[in-house]
Ligand binder design. Structure first.
Ligand code: ZN
Length: 263
């Protein structure tokens, strides 16, 4: 393989992979992946996440976080419980995925904000970057990060699909943009937006098993498809795959302080 790439966001522990986790990993390696980062969702995802992480800690680095759509009525208690379940279980690379999601239910904004603020403060204490999920809540998320004072270790807006203006806000925070399969969708504006953003601000991801890139759109996504995102992005930016792979891998290593297996 001419390059080495990192999937910075994959729910590879999802039960949709459970009967073929090894094959999924082999396909990822064959596609040039040197690491697949695992974002946590809630109390239930923690155990499958940890078991995949422990099968190969360097290849499957783990994050700890509570997804905005999993925030309940008492965020503080829920988060303390999740953190105590997770304590000492892995060398966490980030707090994630965390954020605000107003797509499904706007009535939970207050609880989501409370959970996000709590987790940003944990990230600061743990000296970790954050992995953000925002949906129809970009401005609210940026405002909250600013009000809590930006975590020193930075972070990434995972599955970024915003405007040039929104991309600029992310760069102003010193955060990265996570680019995945949405880029390959026919009517996506992202291709045009990314022409205004330097590759030094980008990391690759799949968000497996969701958001599969073309030509697998609508089917189960998997870490190996990071290579399709790389190909599509390299072509739309007019740079070589090797150059883009090198830059985005360096960005991901810098963001998450990854300790990679020698290839
Ligand atoms: Zn995710």
């Amino acid at each position: 393989m001419a390059y080495s790439i990192i999937d910075t966001h994959a729910h590879a522990y999802d039960r949709r992979f459970s009967d073929e986790a090894l094959a999924m990993k082999e396909r990822a390696k064959a596609a040039g992946l040197c690491a697949v980062c695992l974002p946590n969702v809630d109390e239930e995802s923690l155990e499958p996440l940890l078991s995949l992480h422990q099968s190969d800690p360097a290849f499957f680095p783990a994050m700890l976080g509570l997804h905005p759509c999993s925030v309940g009525s008492n965020p503080q208690e829920q988060l303390e419980q999740l953190w105590s379940m997770a304590k000492g279980k892995a060398p966490w690379i980030a707090v994630g995925e965390i954020g605000l999601d107003l797509y499904w239910d706007k009535s939970q904004l207050k609880q989501q904000q409370e959970a996000l603020a709590w987790q940003i403060n944990q990230a600061k204490q743990m000296e970790l970057p954050i992995c953000l999920h925002t949906r129809e809540a970009h401005q609210e998320t940026v405002d909250l990060i600013k009000s809590e004072k930006r975590p020193e270790k930075g972070g990434v807006f995972h599955c970024f699909t915003g405007t040039v203006e929104e991309a600029k806000q992310v760069l102003d925070l010193g955060f990265y943009l996570g680019i995945g399969g949405v880029l390959t969708f026919k009517n996506s504006q992202l291709k045009a937006v990314l022409k205004h953003v330097g590759v030094e601000h980008l990391v690759l991801e799949t968000d497996s098993p969701y958001l599969a890139p073309v030509p697998h759109r609508g089917k189960r996504n998997e870490p190996a498809y990071t290579a399709l995102v790389l190909e599509f992005l390299a072509e739309s930016l007019g740079i070589s795959r090797e150059k883009l792979a090198e830059t985005t891998t360096r960005n991901a290593q810098h963001l998450f302080h990854l300790d990679l297996n020698p290839a």
